[in-house]
Design a protein around this ligand. Structure first.
Ligand code: AMP
Length: 197
């Protein structure tokens, strides 16, 4: 199964992706995680991306498209993958379509986690607090100031993907305000109904 999880920052894409990994036995491809790993390893991509990410802006399409194109050729992606945080712009959506077409692969579904904006900043602040309490590193962009910019970027550049996938008949909206378990159940029901394998 090849799936895209769409939604603003704090919508629960990462949390839900991890659960779907277990259920469908396919990897979660989070471009945010991959970029953070590149930043931590100080690779040329990481060095370029760091300031952009810290400011809550989007890394260039060329960089993320290249990362994803390389990642989906890894053996663990043979049976599918969950794209979490990618695509985030219309050119990225076109790129993923081209990547899949080149590989004779198709997308099964695009799941949009529909959430109330007002709840998002609270979720991000919570995530930072929980990471700190668990002794884990706190993301530099998980604070209310940078979050505002991340949300602006979402509306400007990512929200148009909702119309893009709706027009293709691929968009499945799920209420992201329900409990984590309920959201997982709703996504699974949606995927089952769509006949995703
Ligand atoms: P995330 O972990 O998905 O919230 O991503 C954290 C940050 O990584 C974003 O705010 C962007 O700076 C960058 N990023 C992650 N995915 C993408 C993407 N698909 N396109 C551009 N920038 C991205």
């Amino acid at each position: 199964m090849r799936l895209i999880l769409l939604g603003p920052p704090g919508a629960g894409k990462g949390t839900q992706a991890q659960r779907l990994v277990e259920r469908y036995n396919i990897p979660q491809l989070s471009t945010g995680d991959m970029l953070r790993a590149a930043v931590a390893a100080k690779t040329p991509v990481g060095v370029k991306a760091k300031a952009v990410m810290d400011a809550g802006e989007l890394v260039s399409d060329a960089i993320v498209n290249a990362i994803v194109a390389e990642r989906i050729d890894q053996p663990d992606c043979a049976n599918g993958f969950i794209l979490d945080g990618y695509p985030r712009t219309l050119p990225q959506a076109d790129a993923v379509q081209a990547m899949l077409a080149e590989r004779n692969q198709t997308l099964d579904a695009v799941v949009e986690l529909v959430v109330d904006d007002k709840a998002l900043v609270g979720r991000i602040v919570n995530r930072a607090r929980e990471a700190q309490a668990a002794g884990q590193p706190v993301r530099k962009d998980d604070n209310p100031e940078v979050f505002e910019e991340r949300l602006r970027e979402y509306y400007k550049k990512t929200a148009p993907l909702i119309g893009y996938y709706y027009a293709k008949g691929m968009l499945k909206g799920v209420d992201g305000m329900a409990s984590i378990d309920e959201v997982t159940g709703a996504i699974e029901a949606t995927l089952d109904a769509a006949g995703a394998k």
